[in-house]
Design a protein around this ligand. Structure first.
Ligand code: AMP
Length: 188
């Protein structure tokens, strides 16, 4: 078969994909590669909030405070910002999303249905090792540990939620970037 787009395979008018995984799992790298391959826009809520955090506004200050401590941005801010962002017409064919949803409330209250979720599985030890190498501004051992704790407590239930819907695909995130990308594509 040639020229079969993933849209034909899924028989859906849009393809909304979520890439999930703990910090350091490579979710942004994989979301970006997948988006390019499928010619869909990539949306990283981390990038969106890092941009907002630079603004000299009430929202900017509130978000900047959360990011610097490795805490989650409040659901009210998340739902408003992400909801408005994804409502843009450029996302109507679909998107590859990373960083959202991060808790059950966000997953259950998003008005953007999801077709497919990929979970990049990486051990805490490997994730921490990779993050310390990356050295982003919010990547101290203290904030990394805080974000990992939140991931286990609040984000893992989202995996169960999608698993029960039958749209979760587990991927071993401790392989090469290329191998992970190929494995993700093989499931579409
Ligand atoms: P990330 O680049 O995905 O690691 O996100 C960086 C930071 O942005 C996180 O540590 C959170 O503070 C914030 N953030 C991004 N997405 C969300 C979300 N869906 N819910 C709450 N906070 C978020």
């Amino acid at each position: 078969m040639t020229n079969v787009s993933p849209f034909d395979i899924l028989h859906l008018p849009f393809m909304n994909i979520v890439v999930m995984g703990p910090q350091g799992s490579g979710k942004s790298t994989q979301a970006e590669l997948l988006a390019k391959k499928l010619r869909l826009p990539h949306v990283s809520t981390g990038d969106i909030f890092r941009e907002i955090a630079k603004r000299d506004s009430e929202l900017g200050h509130r978000i900047s405070e959360k990011l610097s401590h490795g805490e989650m941005v409040d659901d009210a801010d998340i739902m408003k910002v992400v909801g408005e962002h994804l409502a843009q017409s450029k996302f109507s064919n679909g998107f590859v999303l990373d960083g959202f949803p991060r808790n059950l409330y966000q997953a259950q209250n998003s008005n953007h249905p999801v077709n497919q979720v990929f979970h990049l599985k990486v051990s805490d030890k490997e994730g921490i090792k990779r993050l310390l190498k990356r050295g982003r501004a919010d990547d101290s051992l203290k904030t990394i540990s805080a974000r990992l704790r939140l991931y286990h407590k609040l984000t893992e239930p989202v995996l169960t939620f999608y698993r029960e819907k039958g749209i979760l695909q587990e991927i071993n995130g401790e392989q090469s970037i290329k191998k992970i990308h190929q494995e993700i594509l093989s499931h579409l």
